[in-house]
Design a protein around this ligand. Structure first.
Ligand SMILES: [Zn+2]
Length: 58
């Protein structure tokens, strides 16, 4: 089951989206993107929970 995620799903004004084979893979991709593009956004545990909730299984 592929996982998909878009920044807009957590209210970030960004058109980036990604997909991965599993949740670990997509969380890793999201963390790299966040560090590169959203360095001003702190990945708090609350935000990580929002991100996990926003990940869709396609
Ligand atoms: Zn983004």
């Amino acid at each position: 089951m592929a996982k998909t995620y878009t920044c807009r799903d957590v209210g970030v004004d960004c058109d980036w989206k990604t997909s991965a084979e599993d949740e670990d893979g997509i969380m890793a991709a999201i963390q790299v993107h966040a560090a590169e593009v959203h360095a001003d956004i702190e990945l708090t545990p609350e935000l990580v929970d929002m991100v996990r909730a926003a990940i869709k299984t396609a």
